[in-house]
Design a protein around this ligand. Structure first.
Ligand code: ZN
Length: 476
C-alpha cells in the first residue's frame, strides 16, 4: 500500500481550487486508496486530495463507521441549525480552530466505483464533510475559525508559566490567541481588561469585545473601564498584585502609573517588526506597501507608543496573495507564542532587552478617507496590494459606469500581453479568463476575481459584467 506525503501550512496547493475528476478509473481508485491509507496512518477522520498535493475534487472520510470515498462531491442541502466546535486539520498539525458548521448536511458525489451516491451526515460527519469539501475550494478551517489555539502535540502540559500572575489587556480577535496561550501555559490570569461594550456591525448592536466574551467563557474576571487612567481603574489594577501586565491591541493609551504596576514587566504584542510600522494600523499598511516579510515584536511598554525596548521578535513570510484578515489572524497566533516565550524569559531572568533604532522607525496610520479608492493609473502590483490590504475590511472601491463597487479579490498576472494596445485607458476590461476579468492598469494587467456592487452580494467578475450594458467596459 502506498502513502502520500501530507502538505502543510502554507503549501500553495492547499489554496488552489481543485479540478473535477473526469472519470473514476483505476488511477483514481489507486489515489483514493492511498489517501485512505495516508489518513489512517495518522489517525485522521478526513483527507482531501489537495492535502496530498493532488488538485482534484476527491476526499476520503471515516468517522468510525467505515470509509466514504467521495469524488466530485457537492453539498446539496444543509441545516440552518449550526454548532460551533473545535476541529483540527492534518495540514495544520498542532492547531485547533473553533468553527461554526451546520449540524446536518447532505452531499452528492460519485463513489469509488464512479456511481452516484448521497451521504447524509450529522454531527462529526457533517463537520468532516464541510471541512473536506472546503479543501477542494482552497478554503481552510483557519479561514472560518473564530479562534485558533496551539495544542501540545506531545500531550504534555505546557505549564511554563505556572505560578505567574498576570493581568491581560486586549479587545479584538487579534488578542484572543494571546489570552488563550497564557491560560494554556499555566499563567494565573486574574483579570482581563478590555474596551467597554460598543455598538458594532451594520445594526449597531451593543456587543462585548471578543476578548470579553472569551474571558467570560474562561471564567476570568473582566474589567472594562471607560478610561484606564482613571484613579479607580488604577486602584483596581494595583489590587491584583500581578507579576505581569500583557497587552495585545487593547485600544486605549496606557499611562505611566499603569506601566509601573506589575512586579516584572508590561509586555505588548505588536504585529510588525518594530521599529517599522509603529502605530494603530500595522497589518494593513504592511500589505499595502507590498512587504514580503512580517512578524511580531514583544516589547517592554514605555510611555511612547510602540517605542519600548524589544524583548523578542518572530519573523514570518507574507504570502503574495495574503489578505489583511489572513495575515492578522496568523500574526495573532505567532504573537501569542512569542508572548508566552517572552514572559517565561523575563520571569526566569534570561530575557533580552534591545532598544529600538529610532532612525529606522516608521509609522502606520489608520486609513484616511479616499485611500480605499483604486487608482487605475497605478501599477498592477500596487492595485493588487491595495485590494488585499482592504480585505475583508473595508474593501477597495471603484466605479463601473455609474455604479460604485467594491473589489474583494484580485490576482497579479504575469507581465505580458502585447495584445493590449498601449493607448488602452487604465481600468478597461481587456478580456475574460474563466470567471476573472482582465483589467488594464497603469502598468501591467490585473485579474479581478470578486466584485460587489453597492447594495448587492459579492459575485465573480464575469457574473458582474454579464448584463451590464455600459458602452465602455471600464472600471474607475
Ligand atoms: Zn483539513
Amino acid at each position: 500500500m502506498s502513502r502520500f506525503e501530507i502538505y502543510t501550512f502554507d503549501a500553495p496547493v492547499l489554496r488552489k481550487k481543485a479540478k473535477p475528476v473526469r472519470k473514476v478509473n483505476n488511477r483514481i481508485r489507486e489515489q483514493l486508496d492511498a489517501m485512505l491509507e495516508t489518513m489512517r496512518a495518522v489517525s485522521g477522520v478526513g483527507l482531501a486530495a489537495p492535502q496530498v498535493g493532488i488538485s482534484k475534487r476527491m476526499v476520503v472520510i471515516d468517522v468510525g463507521e467505515g470509509p466514504h470515498f467521495l469524488v466530485n462531491p457537492e453539498i446539496v442541502s444543509q441545516s440552518e441549525e449550526t454548532e460551533t466546535k473545535w476541529e483540527g486539520c492534518l495540514s495544520f498539525p498542532g492547531y485547533l480552530g473553533e468553527v461554526e458548521r451546520p449540524v446536518k448536511v447532505c452531499v452528492e458525489a460519485l463513489n469509488r466505483d464512479g456511481r452516484e451516491i448521497w451521504v447524509e451526515g450529522e454531527g462529526l460527519l457533517a463537520r468532516a464533510l464541510c471541512h473536506e469539501l472546503d479543501h477542494l475550494d482552497g478554503v481552510l478551517f483557519i479561514d472560518r475559525a473564530k479562534s485558533i489555539i496551539e495544542v501540545d502535540e506531545d500531550g504534555e502540559e505546557g505549564q511554563g508559566l505556572s505560578g505567574v500572575t498576570c493581568v491581560f489587556m486586549g479587545s479584538p480577535e487579534f488578542a484572543l490567541p494571546s489570552l488563550e496561550h497564557l491560560v494554556e501555559a499555566g499563567a494565573d490570569v486574574r483579570l482581563v481588561v478590555t474596551q467597554p461594550d460598543r455598538p458594532c456591525g451594520r445594526k449597531q448592536i451593543i456587543a462585548p469585545t471578543p476578548v470579553k466574551q472569551r474571558a467570560m467563557e474562561l471564567g476570568i474576571e473582566v474589567f472594562a473601564p471607560e478610561a484606564i487612567g482613571a484613579p479607580e481603574a488604577i486602584e483596581r489594577l494595583r489590587a491584583v498584585e500581578a507579576d505581569f501586565i500583557a497587552v495585545a491591541a487593547y485600544g486605549q493609551k496606557i499611562p505611566a502609573q499603569v506601566l509601573e504596576i506589575p512586579k516584572y514587566a508590561c509586555l505588548n504584542v505588536h504585529p510588525s517588526l518594530l521599529p517599522k510600522y509603529r502605530g494603530g494600523n500595522p497589518v494593513q499598511r504592511q500589505i499595502m506597501a507590498g512587504e514580503q516579510k512580517s512578524g511580531v515584536s514583544i516589547i517592554y511598554m514605555s510611555e511612547r507608543m510602540d517605542a519600548g525596548d524589544i524583548c523578542l521578535q518572530k519573523v514570518i513570510d507574507i504570502d503574495p496573495d495574503e489578505t489583511y484578515g489572513d495575515l492578522e489572524r496568523r500574526l495573532g497566533v505567532v504573537g501569542a507564542q512569542a508572548l508566552v516565550e517572552a514572559m517565561c524569559s523575563v520571569y526566569t531572568g534570561s530575557a533580552r532587552r534591545t532598544p529600538q533604532d529610532e532612525d529606522e522607525a516608521t509609522y502606520a496610520p489608520r486609513l484616511r478617507p479616499g485611500e480605499e479608492v483604486i487608482n487605475w493609473q497605478a501599477p498592477a502590483e500596487d492595485i493588487h496590494n491595495l485590494v488585499r490590504a482592504l480585505s475583508p475590511e473595508p474593501g477597495a472601491v471603484t466605479r463601473f459606469g455609474t455604479e460604485r463597487t467594491k473589489i474583494w479579490r484580485a490576482k497579479l498576472l504575469p507581465s505580458q500581453d502585447s495584445s493590449v494596445p498601449d493607448d488602452t485607458v487604465p481600468g478597461t476590461v481587456v478580456g475574460i479568463d474563466g470567471t476573472m476579468a482582465v483589467v488594464k492598469c497603469g502598468k501591467g494587467t490585473i485579474g479581478v476575481l470578486e466584485v460587489q456592487p453597492a447594495g448587492k452580494t459579492a459575485m465573480t467578475a464575469k457574473a458582474f459584467l454579464v448584463g451590464r450594458q455600459y458602452r465602455e467596459k471600464r472600471f474607475g
